[in-house]
Write a protein that binds this ligand. Structure first.
Ligand code: GLY
Length: 396
C-alpha cells in the first residue's frame, strides 16, 4: 500500500510518537523493531514522570477493589518484566535497574492492620499469592522496621526497576533502532480531511506521519488540534517523592520495598542496589502544580520515619514532584481513537513503569496490524467516547 507521504511527495515517517517519556519511548522502540520508520517529538526525551517515579512493579500490593481488569493487564506486564529488561539491556548495553527483590506491606496500628487484612482477602480472591506475617516476622525480614509494626503482607512477586535508568536505556535502544528524535514540543496535531497526519512543533517543523501516537503523559489531554470527541480524559495527579542515600556503613538498610498506609496515606521506601532510597509519594489533585512543599516533604518523612525510624540518619539528597496521568477509571488508554490515524498510549496513572513492557507490545501490534490485541481491548479509548457513553446510558 502506498503511504500518504509517498502520495503527497512529502518526507515523513510511518509513526510519529508525541511524547518521549518511557511510554512514548517503548512504543517507538517496539514500532522501529517491527520495521516502521518511527519518529518521536519531545524537547527532552527520557524525562517527564520517569525522573520522579520510584519504579515499583506493584501489581499485587497496589491492587484495589473494582480494578480487576486493570489487574489482568498489570499481571501480564509484570510477567514480561524479566525478559523485557534482559532484551532492553542487550539492545542498549545499559542496566535498567530491574531488581527482583519483592515487597513487604506493613501495618502500624489496628486500623492499618484491618485495611491490610482486607487487601489480603482481595488478593486471595483474585488468585494472587501473598503471605500474612506477624510483626516479629516482618522485623526478622527487615530489622530496620519500627518495633511497633503490627503485621504485614509479604509479596515476593512485586519487584522494582529504576525509571531513570529505564528511560536512558530506552532512549539508546530507540537511537540504535533508527528512531528519529525531534527535540521540540508538539504544539498542534495536524488533521487533514478528518485524518491525523502529523504535528506542528514548537520550532516550526511539521513532521508528517501515517500514524500518530499521543503518549504525552499528563499533557495528553491538552494537545491543540485534537478534536474534542477524541481528546483523552487525562488529568495530572501530583506526586512528591524524596531520595535519600544509604551510606555503605549502614547497608543493607532495607532489602526489599517496604510500604504502608499511614493515617490513610500511602508511603513506600524503595531501596536500590546503588544505595539510593526512594521515599514516595503524595497523591494530590492540584492541576499542573509541581511545587515541592514543606508539608509534602514533612508528611513523607514523618510517615517513613514511623515505619523505619533509622531514616532520620540518612542524607536527604533530592526532592521532586511529578504528574501522574490519571484517568476516570485509573486505567490506561491504549490504541486507536475515532480519528483515523490517531492512537493513544497514555493515562497509565500509578502504573506507568509496571505497564511499560505490555504497552510496547500492544502498541507495536496495533500499529502494524491495525488490531488491538485481546489483552488491551478493555483499555480502548472508545470506552470514554461520547457516543459510547450515550449508548451505555440508554435502557436496553
Ligand atoms: N505507583 C506508585 C505511585 O504512583 O506513587
Amino acid at each position: 500500500m502506498q503511504s500518504s507521504h509517498e502520495e503527497s511527495g512529502t518526507s515523513g515517517s510511518d509513526v510519529l510518537v508525541i511524547g518521549g517519556g518511557i511510554i512514548g519511548l517503548v512504543t517507538a522502540w517496539r514500532a522501529a523493531q517491527r520495521g516502521l520508520r518511527t519518529a518521536v517529538a519531545d524537547p527532552d526525551p527520557g524525562g517527564g514522570a520517569a525522573r520522579v517515579a520510584a519504579g515499583m512493579l506493584a501489581a499485587v500490593t497496589e491492587l484495589h477493589h473494582g480494578e480487576q481488569l486493570l489487574l489482568g493487564l498489570n499481571l501480564a506486564s509484570a510477567e514480561r518484566w524479566p525478559g523485557f529488561a534482559a532484551e532492553l539491556e542487550a539492545a542498549s548495553g545499559q542496566n535498567t535497574g530491574y531488581r527482583a527483590c519483592g515487597t513487604l506491606a506493613v501495618a502500624l496500628d489496628a486500623d492499618d492492620r484491618a485495611q491490610l487484612r482486607e487487601l489480603h482477602t482481595l488478593q486471595r480472591r483474585s488468585g494472587l499469592t501473598s503471605e500474612w506475617l506477624t510483626g516479629r516476622e516482618c522485623r526478622r525480614l527487615e530489622p530496620m522496621l519500627a518495633p511497633g509494626v503490627r503485621g504485614g503482607l509479604r509479596v515476593d512477586c512485586d519487584h522494582q526497576t529504576d525509571p531513570r535508568r529505564l528511560a536512558a536505556a530506552l532512549l539508546t535502544a530507540c537511537e540504535r533502532a533508527g528512531v528519529v528524535f525531534h527535540r521540540a514540543w508538539a504544539d498542534r496535531l495536524t488533521v487533514v480531511r478528518d485524518r491525523a497526519t502529523g504535528a506542528v512543533l514548537s520550532d516550526g517543523r511539521a513532521p508528517a506521519a501515517d500514524q500518530v501516537v499521543l503518549a504525552a503523559g499528563s499533557l495528553s489531554g491538552r494537545l491543540a488540534g485534537v478534536p474534542d470527541a477524541v481528546l483523552p480524559p487525562v488529568r495530572p495527579v501530583k506526586g512528591q517523592v524524596l531520595r535519600l542515600t544509604v551510606p555503605r556503613a549502614y547497608a543493607p538498610f532495607l532489602s526489599r520495598t517496604v510500604r504502608a498506609v499511614v493515617r490513610g496515606s500511602q508511603v513506600y521506601l524503595v531501596p536500590r542496589e546503588n544505595g539510593e532510597l526512594v521515599v514516595g509519594a503524595t497523591s494530590e489533585e492540584l492541576g499542573w502544580d509541581t511545587t515541592v512543599t514543606a508539608g509534602g516533604v514533612y508528611e513523607l518523612l514523618r510517615d517513613a520515619h514511623e515505619l523505619v525510624p533509622g531514616i532520620t540518619e540518612l542524607p536527604l539528597t533530592e526532592t521532586r514532584a511529578g504528574l501522574r496521568p490519571g484517568t476516570p477509571d485509573n486505567a490506561p488508554l491504549l490504541g486507536p481513537t475515532a480519528l483515523p490515524g490517531l492512537h493513544l498510549a497514555t493515562g497509565h496513572h500509578r502504573n506507568g513503569v509496571l505497564l511499560t513492557p505490555v504497552t510496547g507490545d500492544v502498541m507495536a501490534a496495533v500499529l502494524t496490524t491495525g488490531e488491538l490485541p485481546e489483552e488491551a481491548r478493555p483499555f480502548t479509548p472508545a470506552r470514554f467516547a461520547p457516543a459510547a457513553s450515550v449508548r451505555q446510558e440508554q435502557p436496553a
